[in-house]
Design a protein around this ligand. Structure first.
Ligand code: GLC
Length: 548
């Protein structure tokens, strides 16, 4: 087992983490200032979303210089200090690498657009006529470039031009840049939408949005193996690929050690269970059975195939999980703890997104002026043009917008939740007064202390990393029950996903009176029901270690 298979990774969205300089946006020194907190929490590694030079149209996922720190985040010296100070605390730093595309302000694109025979022209993807592929942020995936009379491909915003990975010079430049950061001392990479880098040469189309043609595309495994040889081999790095609309088969290949590609993969299938017919921008409840089915299929499938999952509920592109699959009213604390337990006992490497460990909620912004995200603003405009009412538009946005997860971290009850001394770039939810680090540090029953226990358990409970996953009661409409099994022992993980109590009987090969029992963690102060007949209170969740 590799170290990172027993690790917990914490995700920082630096724009909203902490502003040391007292600006509307956070900075790298703000992260340095909070390293003691992160060490106390017990995480092994930080994934920091992009802080390289960028026009910030997509909050740093539109990089214009891979070798420079964006001035809003600080300087290269600040970055070096962060790597060193994190290292002193035993914490690695994972750099977020965005190489499916660059900003159109990158010099490569500036060169490429200037003439048809510019040496950089072939760094990007140009066509005389667009096909019908759609941008993931709405509208066509092709933008006309008047100066040279061709269209360039952008799977995201029209200011994020897709790189042409079939050009060996592009790959050489990307690997060189990654070696630069590796040699600066980063402990690994998070690779943004990395399964989209290989497009079929003939750009086929049908009546879909085109994703099936370029997702896990023809040469993607070959390019990742080359990256492995040229950047990772012989170095102790954690490399996580973000995989958009991927498949289990491909994720096994991306992450199985013998493929020599990546350490682990993120996929999003379990976060589409509230997208009716895969339509994101419709307000809808989540489908609990589907959630269990998808996560269980990925658990057993990845384990059988020798792959490794990156486990997560939240990130900077997702709403807050307690508002999504839990209860952000009276059951907030208990349901946030339940969700933490349900995720952390799965096989894979858990990721905690800033504020998740506090049970932060969606902010409930009900006016479009409160939103900043390019995807949200594009969709609002496109749906309005298509005739949707603002009320219908806002209902979906309040539930689904990426800004739900991007509001400033709640540190304390000072102005702006202690995030900055000036008004932040995006609003601070009113509940920061009650949900914040300072108050939870003092409260051993807080969501924060529960997460700290979950993180520590990964080191002491070996079955959390290597136990075999088996789901029980797959059709149960309110409980997610699973075991992680080893030789003659198991962890039994019970989670009530709803606000009503519930009783079930478990099979006696899982739990019986002759087995030795140990309570590993629970989200209620007591845990009375520890036999085959289990009674769970609202959102109750607990884990028993059982030995035959
Ligand atoms: C990834 C990022 C997201 C970004 C997109 C385009 O999905 O997580 O924030 O907008 O890629 O780079």
């Amino acid at each position: 087992m590799q170290d990172w298979q027993r690790s917990v990774i914490y995700q920082i969205y630096p724009k909203s983490f902490h502003s040391h300089a007292g600006n509307p946006t956070g900075d790298l020194l703000g992260v340095v200032a909070k390293l003691d907190y992160l060490q106390w929490l017990g995480v092994d590694c930080l994934w920091i979303t992009p802080f390289l030079r960028s026009p910030q149209r997509d909050n740093g996922y539109d990089i214009s210089d891979y070798y420079a720190i964006d001035p809003s985040y600080g300087t290269m010296a600040d970055c070096e200090l962060l790597i060193a100070e994190a290292g002193k605390r035993g914490i690695k730093l994972m750099l977020d690498i965005v190489v499916n595309h660059t900003s159109i302000e990158h010099t490569w694109f500036q060169q490429a657009r200037s003439s048809l025979d510019n040496p950089y022209r072939d760094f990007y993807i140009w066509r005389d006529q667009p096909n019908n592929w759609e941008s993931k942020f709405g509208g066509s995936a092709w933008e006309y470039e008047a100066q040279t009379g061709q269209y360039f491909l952008h799977l995201f915003d029209h200011t994020q031009a897709d790189l042409n990975w079939d050009n060996p010079k592009v790959r050489a430049e990307v690997f060189k840049m990654m070696r630069f950061w590796r040699d600066k001392g980063v402990g690994g990479f998070r690779l943004d939408v990395i399964n989209l880098i290989s497009k079929p040469a003939d750009f086929p189309e049908d009546d879909t949005d085109g994703r099936r043609f370029y997702t896990d595309g023809p040469n993607v495994h070959e390019y990742l193996q080359q990256m492995h040889r040229e950047v990772f081999e012989g170095h102790d790095l954690i490399n996580v690929g973000e995989m958009s609309s991927t498949s289990l088969e491909h994720c096994i290949r991306y992450s199985a050690p013998e493929s020599k590609e990546l350490s682990m993969t993120f996929n999003f299938h379990h976060l589409k269970v509230d997208y009716p017919n895969l339509q994101k921008w419709i307000r809808a409840d989540f489908d609990f059975l589907q959630l269990k089915r998808i996560l269980s299929d990925w658990q057993t499938g990845m384990q059988a195939g020798g792959g490794w999952n990156a486990l997560f509920w939240c990130n900077h592109d997702q709403p807050r999980v307690v508002s999504r699959f839990g209860h952000d009213g009276e059951h907030r604390v208990v349901s946030a703890k339940m969700l933490g337990t349900a995720l952390h006992f799965l096989q894979g490497t858990p990721f905690v997104y800033q504020g998740e460990e506090l049970g932060m909620t969606n902010p409930g912004f009900d006016h479009i002026d409160q939103y900043r995200d390019v995807e949200t603003l594009n969709i609002f405009r496109l749906k309005r043009e298509a005739g949707a009412s603002d009320a219908e538009n806002m209902a979906a946005i309040m539930q689904k917008s990426r800004d739900n997860g991007r509001t400033p971290m709640h540190w304390n009850t000072e102005p702006n939740a202690g995030f900055s001394t000036v008004e932040p770039w995006i609003g601070v939810p009113a509940n920061a007064q009650t949900i914040n680090v300072a108050s939870q540090l003092d409260d051993p029953d807080s969501v924060l202390h529960h997460y700290r226990r979950l993180i520590a358990l990964r080191r002491s409970e070996a079955l959390m990393s290597d136990g075999v996953y088996r789901q029980l009661l797959p059709e149960h409409l309110q409980l997610w029950v699973y075991v992680r099994e080893g030789d003659g022992e198991r962890l039994l993980v019970l989670n009530n996903f709803y606000g009503s109590p519930c009783e079930v009987e478990l099979p006696d090969d899982v739990i019986s009176e002759t087995m030795a029992q140990r309570l590993v963690i629970s989200n209620y102060p007591d845990c009375p029901s520890r036999n085959r007949q289990i009674f769970l209170r609202p959102y109750e969740s607990f884990v028993l270690h059982l030995t035959d």
